[in-house]
Design a protein around this ligand. Structure first.
Ligand code: SF4
Length: 382
């Protein structure tokens, strides 16, 4: 069968017309990723005419691996009562935050399993303690499944929970736990919150005046129809609340997971670039798109900057969840800045709300002599 010409769809998007679900499906069915990349790059440029690509210095803290539900795509969780479970102590979290601040970091992304004993007070105490000790440090914590778990334990509605957590020091919410926002897929791979519950938590987040990111993990048995529904649901909620700061798609990492042993096809780098560029084109109401170099590798993460991404995400001082499933890529600030410059952009540190952060020592980081440049390109190639 001859492939459909997608240029008329891309031209409509470039002229400012909103694409339909059918248009989105046609793009995802096409293999013409070069044209999609050009269109996504043009749209990125309209949002970000300053030629800047941002990144953040923060740290993932996974405060517990105890989890009450089962997700077959997850290699991180441990059932309650198993010998290798943990809950991070406050002293350990202080140490991790101190280390992040020493590297010029502005915040922490804290997420964990769904602990059966942690009600609202546990989270309030944790946030209050951290906020008192580090008042200017941004606490970007707890994805919708964790908020839903608090709702089940403490019998409070989402808005009450989020208003209380905001009061205790919560700064913003990560958009994790979305995977594919369609219950046909979710129910097959997870017993965590449903699509409607994930969206309701995010609606409540935005209603109490907090902002969040939105994510997508694809390649877990989802078809193009499911991916389109996911994007539509994110776009609809963003029309309603305007609370999403960014969209972050990535591919399922299969190592050490039950699902990985079952699924034969895994998304390729080409699938990733297609998903990213189509997201940029279809989600016409979201400003920032993150490159997932952690799952795709540094080189493909750099290429993503020409397929709609305007942000390299975090330097990932620590990451435990996707690395448990096989994503072992690593970078530091120097490497991210080098990759951004090499792709023709100006690197800029940002905070969790995408505001620029300027540190004095940054100019020194960019002073690479030729031997340092050689060292960096070898490190990145590895
Ligand atoms: S993805 Fe999250 S909710 Fe699912 S098993 Fe892993 S830790 Fe638990």
């Amino acid at each position: 069968m001859r492939e459909r010409d997608i240029q008329p769809i891309l031209d409509r998007a470039l002229s400012g017309e909103r694409l339909t679900a059918d248009d989105c499906a046609a793009l995802l069915e096409s293999n013409d990723i070069a044209r999609m990349g050009v269109a996504a790059d043009e749209i990125r440029k309209r949002w970000h005419a300053d030629n800047i690509v941002t990144y953040i210095i923060d740290r993932n803290v996974n405060y517990t691996n105890v989890c009450n539900v089962v997700c077959t795509f997850c290699a991180f969780y441990r059932r309650p009562g198993k010998p290798d479970t943990y809950v991070t102590t406050l002293e350990q979290i202080f140490g991790k935050i101190d280390e992040t601040i020493a590297l010029g970091g502005t915040g922490v992304l804290m997420q964990g399993g769904l602990h059966p004993d942690f009600g609202i007070e546990w989270y309030e105490d944790l946030l209050r303690t951290l906020h008192m000790k580090y008042p200017n440090f941004q606490l970007h914590c707890f994805s919708p499944p964790e908020i839903h778990n608090i709702h089940l334990i403490s019998k409070l509605d989402y808005e009450t929970i989020l208003a209380r957590l905001k009061e205790a020091g919560l700064y913003s919410l990560p958009g994790g736990g979305a995977e594919i926002l369609d219950d046909e897929v979710r129910k097959r791979v997870s017993t965590k919150c449903t699509t409607a519950e994930w969206l309701s938590v995010m609606r409540a987040v935005h209603r109490v005046g907090l902002r969040s990111t939105a994510t997508m993990m694809f390649g877990i048995g989802d078809s193009i129809v499911h991916r389109v529904r996911h994007l539509e649901r994110i776009r609809d909620l963003q029309d309603e609340t305007g609370g999403f700061t960014a969209f972050i798609p990535w591919t399922f990492q299969r190592e050490n997971t039950a699902l990985g042993r079952k699924i034969k096809d895994e998304p390729t780098g080409i699938d990733y670039l297609k998903m990213l560029s189509v997201s940029r084109i279809f989600l016409d109401n979201i400003e920032n798109f993150q490159s997932s170099w952690l799952t795709q590798g540094l080189r493909l993460g750099q290429v993503a900057l020409r397929f709609g991404a305007n942000d390299m995400g975090s330097i990932m001082i620590e990451e435990n969840v996707v690395s448990a499933a096989g994503a072992h890529n690593r970078a530091d600030e120097r490497m991210l800045r080098y990759l951004i410059r090499e792709a023709g952009f100006r690197p800029q540190q940002r905070d969790i709300l995408y505001r620029h952060v300027n540190r004095e020592e940054i100019s020194k980081i960019d002073e690479n002599d030729s031997s340092q440049l050689r060292e960096l390109s070898v490190l990145i190639a590895d």
